[in-house]
Design a protein around this ligand. Structure first.
Ligand SMILES: CC(C)(COP(=O)(O)OP(=O)(O)OC[C@H]1O[C@@H](n2cnc3c(N)ncnc32)[C@H](O)[C@@H]1OP(=O)(O)O)[C@@H](O)C(=O)NCCC(=O)NCCS
Length: 178
């Protein structure tokens, strides 16, 4: 468990899967992330099994406290494609519950995630990809200290056209303290 001031990153449990499945089938979320398949409950269960057995993936549930102080599961995030030789990885995040977006909670969760990648896993370059239209996400990553490495022009076919993908990364010492 990784404990921050407003969010906690913890292991994903089987009981979390129905919620995650609902988020991953939400069109507003699907258009912002890499996955394009609609995911069945079976696929979600296989995903969790694969993630828990993988040495190169680390997935977390994001919890925060609601008004009564009760923990509420608001999203997921993960470290993927760890390359132990070059000490690089990719990260991703989804706050599935819309009412919890825009309050800095996703930014806080990503700060914990990158801190874990760099301080605990000893990784050097933490990379992510984001679509240019996803301005809230880009703004969140910029606040964290991620820098734009470049544009993968026409790298994805979405919504009937080829679209660019932005590559951003953060190196040790560049993560902001918030
Ligand atoms: C991207 C995401 C993780 C950011 O987390 P967050 O907690 O919403 O981030 P923040 O609250 O720090 O907001 C970042 C920026 O979003 C914008 N924003 C403002 N209100 C917002 C709202 N209601 N919803 C989303 N973004 C909002 C602001 O520009 C804000 O920057 P500011 O603090 O300088 O004003 C979250 O919005 C999310 O999960 N979105 C849907 C899935 C997604 O896009 N994932 C990333 C794929 S690359």
């Amino acid at each position: 468990m990784i404990v921050g001031e407003r969010v906690v990153l913890r292991a994903v449990e089987r009981a979390d899967l129905p919620k995650i499945q609902r988020w991953m089938n939400d069109p507003e979320i699907l258009r912002r992330i890499y996955t394009y398949r609609h995911l069945s409950q079976d696929a979600e269960e296989r995903w969790l099994q694969q993630m828990s057995e993988s040495a190169n993936d680390f997935v977390f549930a994001i919890d925060t406290k609601d008004g009564t102080g009760t923990a509420v599961h608001i999203g997921t995030c993960g470290i993927h494609h760890v390359d132990w030789k070059n000490r690089t990885c990719m990260v991703g995040i989804v706050l599935g519950e819309e009412r919890y977006r825009g309050q800095g909670l996703g930014t806080d969760a990503m700060r914990l995630l990158v801190g874990y990648a760099q301080q605990e896993l000893g990784l050097h370059r933490v990379e992510l990809e984001v679509y240019p239209f996803n301005q809230p996400a880009i703004r969140s990553y910029e606040k964290l200290g991620f820098r734009l490495d470049g544009t993968r022009r026409g790298a994805t076919f979405r919504e009937g056209r080829f679209q660019d993908v932005l590559v951003m990364s953060v190196l040790p010492g560049e993560l902001t303290s918030g």
